[in-house]
Design a protein. Structure first.
Length: 162
């Protein structure tokens, strides 16, 4: 039991660190109304391990903080990622659907953050499209590529078969 808790914490911490590193490396495309946050590809990881849920949430919190986001964005953006991660875990048996919760959560939440926290004057529906398109690329396409790259070795990598 102690080993499982340690594995869970280690996986969560590693996923958080990866999220932060990817957000910082690709900072130029990770923020604003047109964004492709490469780190969002990691939102597929709850398919393999529940430890990814807190890992993604903490990683997003830290990535947004280090990226210079305002407090509303740090909190709301991280909550969008948390909602997406929980939804991905719930849909883990169908990976093509499991990529949808992060796309939808971010497309619905982030445009309001952009409008009210950053005073970006673009229409909210337009920003839903731009943020959603970035999420389709990162969480959808890159997430599925990551899924298929990891699927064969999931038990060895994550200690689970989910």
């Amino acid at each position: 039991m102690k080993d499982k808790k340690l594995l869970y914490m280690a996986q969560g911490a590693l996923i958080a660190a990866l999220y932060v590193v990817l957000t910082m490396i690709f900072a130029s495309i990770s923020f604003s109304q047109v964004q492709v946050r490469i780190a969002e590809a990691l939102t597929i990881l709850p398919v393999f391990t529940p430890a990814a849920i807190p890992g993604l949430f903490i990683g997003c919190l830290l990535g947004n903080s280090l990226g210079g986001a305002v407090i509303v964005d740090i909190i709301a953006g991280s909550i969008a990622t948390l909602i997406g991660a929980i939804g991905t875990r719930m849909l883990r048996k169908t990976p093509y659907l499991a990529v949808l919760p992060p796309i939808i959560a971010n497309a619905l939440i982030v445009p309001f953050v952009l409008r009210y926290a950053y005073q970006i004057e673009l229409p909210i529906p337009f920003m839903m499209l731009t943020v959603g398109a970035g999420e389709v690329i990162s969480a959808g396409i890159l997430g599925l590529i990551l899924y298929f790259a990891l699927k064969k070795h999931a038990k060895k990598l994550f200690g689970t078969e989910d």
